[in-house]
Design a protein around this ligand. Structure first.
Ligand code: NAD
Length: 300
């Protein structure tokens, strides 16, 4: 089966490599010549444009930064929807919006192309290891066709078919929201506790043994507490993009989300202070700076 892959960045590059490794014939494209060169070195065939890449492929995957790039690559003149053959399958694995997703589905339906939204979690480490979690929305038959592709890139036990079109984007945005709420909450709690005179080692140990524990507190924030690493593999420009998309989703769903709106602004403040490319846990750094301390564990 020939697969087209567009968007070969931190995530798409290694995902494309796994498809090659699994034996698929992969044609790849990226506007960044360096990213395309790395995919070709890993065994993909390089294409000269989006349309060249898509033409004749049985399945196509996009892994692009945000909704505007997804819309451009799929729907512009020379985009993938006009280049793919009727009967092919097109999967957007970017973290994008349900609104843009609905426009892709409408355009693709006219050309009898099946569509899935299938964003991922697991960071660039998971992309490199081929252990991503994948959150899929769209028809059951299209999901069954895409499953071998997903299994080459993700953990087979964490490939979730969640419902019709848009369900994948929705769940992915919500899990990111919950994680980014926890980043702010943990930054606040640890800073207050240390300033109030409890050692970070005692406080952290007690919290992870308490009913208030979370994966963020026990595992993910350890990058900061152990090494002062705020995780630049996922930059603040993408954090604030995702939070904007989830607030749009809440507005469309008609649900007031005061906490999420405040959390979004705190992450925007961290982005303004530390830069677009600062790491995704920069909200914790914001609290460290506000409290005038560094949250570092003494135990290893
Ligand atoms: P990235 O910026 O590293 O890569 C995006 C790639 O798309 C780049 O190589 C860029 O050149 C290419 N691109 C942009 N516009 C293009 C166009 N018009 N045509 C062809 N190529 C184009 O981003 P990433 O970290 O790989 O993230 C991709 C998506 O995955 C985003 O939606 C992100 O939110 C999501 N995501 C990222 C992570 C992570 O840890 N980095 C984790 C889960 C989900």
């Amino acid at each position: 089966m020939r697969v087209a892959f567009i968007g070969l960045g931190n995530m798409g590059g290694p995902m494309c490599g796994h498809l090659v490794h699994a034996g698929f014939e992969v044609t790849a494209f990226d506007i960044d010549a360096g990213a395309l060169g790395r995919a070709v070195a890993a065994g993909a065939l390089g294409a000269g444009s989006v349309a060249d890449c898509a033409r004749g492929a049985a399945a196509l995957i996009t892994m692009l930064p945000a909704p505007p790039q997804v819309e451009q690559v799929w729907l512009a003149d020379g985009g993938v929807v006009s280049a793919l053959e009727p009967g092919s399958l097109a999967v957007d694995m970017s973290t994008s919006s349900t609104a843009v997703g609905a426009r892709l589905v409408r355009a693709a339906r006219e050309r009898r192309i099946d569509v899935l939204d299938a964003p991922v979690a697991g960071q660039s480490i998971g992309a490199k290891a081929g252990t991503l979690a994948i959150y899929v929305g769209g028809p059951e038959e299209a999901f069954a066709r895409a499953r071998p592709l997903f299994e080459a890139m993700g953990d087979p036990k964490r490939i979730f078919h969640l419902g019709g079109h848009g369900a994948g984007y929705t769940v992915k945005l919500l899990l990111n929201l919950l994680w980014f709420i926890q980043s702010v909450a943990v930054g606040e709690v640890l800073s207050v506790g240390v300033r109030a005179g409890v050692s970070l080692d005692s406080l952290h140990g007690a919290l992870i043994g308490s009913p208030a524990n979370s994966v963020f507190l026990e595992r993910d924030v350890r990058m900061v507490l152990d090494d002062g690493d705020y995780d630049e593999a996922f930059p603040m420009r993408l954090v604030t993009k995702d939070l904007g998309l989830v607030l749009d989703l809440a507005r469309e769903a008609g649900v007031p989300v005061e906490l999420s709106a405040l959390v979004e602004q705190i992450h925007w403040r961290a982005r303004a202070l530390y830069g677009d490319d600062a790491g995704q846990i920069s909200a914790v750094r914001l609290y460290e700076d506000l409290a005038g301390l560094q949250l570092r564990l003494r135990r290893s």
